[in-house]
Design a protein. Structure first.
Length: 484
């Protein structure tokens, strides 16, 4: 009897634990409400075209439309005819080698990438699954969108591991199988992370789901996005409208994806029937809006991260004592010891904008951002041939935050309190150095040899200083844009 009671108690505990193991939409609602999306500097997420947008045209004609819109990534759907005036040859498994070559040649000619395929399905057997995955592999497709009728994804799990191709479970509006993101999360949670969701913001809103809450719930499992804006919320018959003009909060969605370090594309799937066969005008208007709210337009993020959003220091070298520790999940660098320099060794920059955030961990934190370091670092001599934009809130004006160290003091003190994130935008164009701190222009100086700097090059590396063990500093969101 004691064994039976213990077993029943064990089952109750397991059931209770499992019930709370998976987050629900209600659990992330407060998180989303507390997030200040207005303060997020939105990263540049590449646009892709879901070919269903031009479903009355052939695939080849659709590529022409994508080219005119400046879109470089393509998401194909099964069954679209490949060529004008030929209904027999269609996109998908079963294409001939000649047709696959024709598609690849056209993509190459236009500088495009066929990134995704779907929404499609296959039976829950290996032979049928391999037809789809073999096709995707042969075409270089990275993500397959599925809407399986079955709940056991063991076969899909086997396929993504073998082929290293991601899968996105796609949501259509209620009452379709996957309208509720909680069910998707339940089905995918015990399988490989390459099985995620292809979230459709419009279909979520049509079903009464807040897309922001759905994205937060599925953080880390988003393999693709169908981005839509709608003229109505909670209405299945709502119509697609250009991004930024409807009820889907496109700004905050892109901000949420930025916070998640999402590394995929967003697919444009403009389905409005009365704009067929060519909704290009609405798409262009929407892309113009997205460009207008993208802070890092034209920038390159120089702290690397893989396709799953995990950060790394590839391309960075460290010279001197100490080091920077990287949190691979948040992308935050924290200094330790010193004095040393973590420098970006991939290439030299001449005229550029360097945009980053830093945080002082002590009132007397001492650090800096070095510009145009002329050569590979083998000695401390670099400090005499490059400029340092200072981080030090406690020093004299020539060596205080925002100063060009030992050369030109900052005009204004715009630094935040110790422990708060600060935002630097540093422009080095020709001989001119501009320093903006938290949106305030605090330095605008035509550089010349001065103070410790004997001379400076017209190009070089940039780096982050770790000064000493008592002067810890953090950096994150490091972006660079080359100027002509």
């Amino acid at each position: 009897m004691k064994k039976l009671k213990f077993f029943v108690f064990f089952l109750i505990i397991v059931s209770f634990t499992n019930g709370f193991a998976q987050k629900k939409l209600k659990d992330v609602k407060k998180e989303v409400m507390k997030t200040n999306y207005a303060e997020v500097n939105i990263k540049e997420i590449p646009a892709a075209l879901q070919c269903w947008t031009f479903r009355k045209l052939s695939f080849m004609e659709t590529l022409d439309k994508a080219k005119a819109l400046g879109i470089k990534y393509i998401e194909a759907f099964p069954g679209q005819k490949l060529y004008p005036n030929n209904d027999e040859k269609t996109m998908g498994p079963g294409m001939s080698e000649a047709d696959m070559k024709a598609v690849k040649d056209k993509l190459a000619e236009y500088g495009m990438t066929l990134r995704a395929f779907g929404v499609t399905n296959f039976e829950n057997n290996e032979a049928d699954a391999r037809k789809t995955f073999d096709f995707a592999k042969s075409m270089g497709i990275k993500v397959i969108m599925l809407e399986p009728s079955y709940d056991d994804y063991s076969l899909i799990d086997k396929m993504v591991k073998e082929y290293n191709i991601k899968v996105g479970i796609h949501n259509h509006p209620q009452p379709s199988k996957y309208w509720n993101p909680e069910l998707v999360l339940k089905n995918i949670s015990k399988f490989d992370n390459r099985i995620g969701i292809c979230g459709d913001t419009g279909h979520w809103l049509r079903s009464g789901i807040n897309p922001l809450e759905a994205l937060r719930l599925l953080k880390g499992r988003i393999t693709n996005i169908h981005l839509k804006d709608l003229d109505k919320a909670g209405v299945k018959e709502a119509e697609d409208v250009p991004f930024g003009s409807g009820k889907v909060n496109i700004h905050d969605i892109l901000a949420e994806l930025t916070l998640q370090n999402y590394k995929g594309t967003f697919s444009i799937e403009h389905e409005r029937e009365d704009e067929q066969p060519d909704p290009s005008a609405s798409i262009k208007k929407g892309l113009d809006y997205i460009n207008s709210i993208t802070y890092y337009k034209g920038f390159t993020e120089v702290l690397g991260s893989n396709e799953n959003g995990i950060y790394n220091k590839h391309g960075w070298n460290h010279y001197g004592p100490g080091y920077f520790e990287l949190d691979e999940n948040t992308g935050v660098l924290t200094s330790s010891g010193g004095m040393g320099l973590l420098w970006y060794s991939v290439r030299k920059y001449s005229n550029f904008v360097l945009d980053l955030e830093y945080k002082c961990l002590a009132p007397k934190t001492n650090s800096g951002v070095f510009l145009r370091v002329p050569d590979m670092l083998t000695s401390d001599d670099y400090i005499y041939h490059s400029f340092e934009i200072q981080i030090d809130d406690a020093s004299d004006p020539a060596h205080r935050t925002g100063a060009v160290y030992d050369a030109e003091p900052a005009k204004v003190n715009a630094a935040k309190k110790t422990g708060e994130w600060n935002h630097y935008r540093i422009t080095f164009n020709g001989d001119n150095i501009k320093v903006e701190l938290n949106g305030v222009l605090i330095n605008d100086w035509n550089a010349e040899p001065r103070g410790k700097v004997k001379d400076f090059a017209n190009s070089g590396y940039f780096g982050l200083q770790n000064h000493d063990s008592g002067a810890k500093v953090c950096f994150r969101n490091i972006f660079v844009k080359e100027l002509n």
